[in-house]
Design a protein around this ligand. Structure first.
Ligand code: NOJ
Ligand code: CA
Length: 479
C-alpha cells in the first residue's frame, strides 16, 4: 500500500497557481508547480473539487460530475496533470462529493427521484451551515432536504439509480488515471429512512460544531446504521483504489467507515490543539482504531500554524512522525497563518481566512497570479516559498527534513510516559520528543540527535526545551 505512511498534499485549486491571469488558480497552474510538491517529499496530491460549479460552496456544489469547470481548465489539462504527476511518482487523488449536488445540476429538475422531497418540512433537522435542513422550491412549491447550503440538495442514496450514477462517475475518473478519492461528507449518504426527528443533544459532541447545529444529536439526520450499503457501492466501483473518508465524527464512531474505506481523517486529534494530554489520548485512540490519517489543517478549519502558535514547529515534528498518512494542506509547509479573509465574505460559512492564495514569492500577489487574485494573498513578504527555499532553518526546511526522516521510520509506535506538557513516542528506531510547555521538561535522550526544531534546541540531552522538539535515533542505545 503506497499510502501507508504517505504525505498527501491537499491542493485547493482556486488558490494554488493561476496560469492565465484571470486571478483564479487552475489545473495548468498546478502542473507548473509540481516541482515544489515533489521536493517537499509528498507521495500524492489531493485536488479539492474542480468540477463545474456555481460556487455556492466553492466547488463542493457540483453541477457535473464528469467535467472540468472552465475556470480550472479542460479535461485535457486534467489528463496532462495526471501524466505529469505520475511521471514524478506522485499519485493523484480527486475529491468526490457524493452527498449532494448543486441545485443547478440538471438532475435537480430532470430526476426529482434522485433527491428527497416532501410537501412540508418533514422533521426538525438542522443544516450544518445553519437554518432548517428543508428548503422550499419555488417551482414545485415542495420542500427538499439539504445537509449544507440550500444550494446543495442532498442526493437520495437509497435510490439504486443514484448509486449507479455515482459509480459511473467514479469509474470515469479511474479510467482517466486517478489513484484514489477523498469522499466528502460521507456520513450523510444514508439517513433514517423514516426521517424521524433528531433528539436534543444530551452531552457535548467530541468535535467543535456550530451552536445551533450542536444542540441536536444527529442520530437520524446522518450516520445511519446501514451506511455500509452506500460505502460498499463506492468500493465496488473503484476496486482497490484509495478511498479516504471525510467523516466528521469522534474516533469511537468511525468503525463502519474504516471497515470499508482505507483511510478516515482523524479530526479529534486535529482538534486537540497544543494540549499534550488531549493529544496523547486522541492520538492513542486513533492509532488503536487503525486506518486513521492525520490532518494538519484543510480549507475548512483554522490553519495548522495558527492553531499551534509558538508550538507550531513542535507540532510539525509530532504530526509528521505519526504512523499512517499525513494530510498537508497547501501553505502549511510554510507555516502560513490564517489570513484576514475579505469583507464582505465570499464564503457564507466564514472560511475565506483559510483559503488565501499560495505565496510563492514576496511580490504583491505572491507569484500566484499576474492579474487580480480572486482572494488577496495574506502576507507574501513574510511567508513565501522563494525565501524559505534559501533558508535551511525555515519551516519548509523543517518539513522536508521531517518527511525525509519519515521514509525510514519504523512502523510500531508506542507513546511513552513523559512529563506534563510533553508527548514522547517511540517509533521503530526513533524517539520523538515534543514539549508544548513554557518550561523545559526533563527527559533523557537515548541515541543520536537526528533532528531539532531550531539549531541548539536539542543541545541538552537531559531535557526537551520549552515549545521545542527533537528526534533521536535510539538504535544505538538499545543495541
Ligand atoms: C466538507 C468540505 O470539506 C467542505 O468544504 C464543504 O463545505 C462540505 N463538506 C460540504 O460539501
Ligand atoms: Ca486561471
Amino acid at each position: 500500500m503506497w499510502w501507508r505512511d504517505a504525505v498527501i498534499y491537499q491542493i485547493y485549486p482556486r488558490s494554488f497557481q493561476d496560469s492565465n491571469g484571470d486571478g483564479i488558480g487552475d489545473l495548468p497552474g498546478i502542473l507548473s508547480r509540481l516541482d515544489h510538491i515533489e521536493r517537499l517529499g509528498a507521495s500524492a496530491i489531493w485536488l479539492s473539487p474542480f468540477y463545474p460549479s456555481p460556487n455556492a460552496d466553492f466547488g463542493y456544489d457540483v453541477a457535473g460530475y464528469t467535467a472540468v469547470d472552465p475556470d480550472y481548465g479542460t479535461l485535457e489539462d486534467f489528463d496532462r496533470l495526471v501524466a505529469a504527476a505520475h511521471e514524478r511518482g506522485l499519485h493523484v487523488i480527486v475529491d468526490f462529493v457524493p452527498c449532494h449536488t448543486s441545485i443547478e445540476h440538471p438532475w435537480f429538475r430532470e430526476r426529482p427521484d434522485f433527491y428527497v422531497w416532501r410537501d412540508a418540512p418533514a422533521n426538525n433537522w438542522v443544516a450544518r451551515f445553519g437554518g432548517p435542513a428543508w428548503a422550499r422550491d419555488p417551482v414545485t412549491e415542495r420542500y427538499y432536504l439539504h445537509s449544507f447550503f440550500p444550494e446543495q440538495p442532498d442526493l437520495n442514496w437509497r435510490n439504486p439509480d443514484v448509486r449507479a450514477e455515482m459509480q459511473s462517475a467514479l469509474r470515469f475518473w479511474l479510467e482517466r488515471g486517478v489513484d484514489g478519492f477523498r469522499l466528502d461528507a460521507i456520513t450523510r449518504l444514508f439517513k433514517d429512512p423514516e426521517l424521524r426527528d433528531d433528539p436534543a443533544a444530551s452531552e457535548p459532541f467530541a468535535l467543535p460544531l456550530p451552536e445551533e447545529y450542536g444542540r441536536l444529536s444527529h442520530v437520524n439526520s446522518a450516520n445511519a446504521p446501514d451506511i455500509g450499503v452506500a460505502l460498499r457501492a463506492i468500493r465496488e466501483a473503484v476496486g482497490d483504489a484509495l478511498l479516504i473518508g471525510e467523516a466528521y465524527l469522534p474516533t469511537v464512531q468511525l468503525r463502519p467507515y474504516t471497515e470499508i474505506l482505507d483511510v478516515v481523517f482523524a479530526f479529534e486529534a486535529m482538534n486537540a490543539g497544543p494540549d499534550a494530554d488531549r493529544l496523547k489520548t486522541t492520538v492513542a485512540a486513533a492509532i488503536e482504531a487503525g486506518k486513521l490519517g492525520w490532518v494538519l489543517s484543510n480549507h475548512d478549519f483554522a490553519r495548522f500554524a495558527t492553531r499551534f502558535g509558538e508550538n507550531f514547529r513542535a507540532a510539525c515534528v509530532l504530526f509528521l512522525s505519526l504512523p499512517g498518512p499525513v494530510f498537508v494542506y497547501q501553505g502549511d509547509e510554510l507555516g502560513t497563518p490564517d489570513g484576514p479573509g475579505v469583507d464582505p465574505p465570499l464564503d457564507r460559512h466564514q472560511r475565506d481566512r483559510f483559503r488565501h492564495p499560495m505565496q510563492w514569492n514576496g511580490s504583491s500577489t505572491g507569484g500566484f497570479t499576474t492579474g487580480t487574485p480572486w482572494l488577496p494573498p495574506n502576507e507574501p513578504q513574510q511567508c513565501n516559498v522563494a525565501d524559505q527555499e534559501k533558508d535551511e532553518d525555515s519551516v519548509l526546511g523543517l518539513f522536508r527534513r521531517l518527511i525525509r526522516l519519515r521514509r525510514d521510520i519504523g512502523s510500531e509506535t508506542r507513546l511513552l510516559d513523559s512529563p506534563p506538557g510533553t508527548v514522547v513516542l517511540e517509533r521503530g528506531g526513533q524517539l520523538v520528543a515534543v514539549n508544548f510547555g513554557n518550561a523545559s521538561a526533563p527527559f533523557a535522550r537515548r541515541g543520536e540527535l537526528a533532528l531539532e526544531t531550531r539549531r541548539g534546541d536539542g543541545a541538552d540531552p537531559e531535557t526537551i526545551p520549552a515549545h521545542a522538539a527533537w528526534i533521536a535515533r535510539a538504535d544505538h542505545a538499545r543495541g
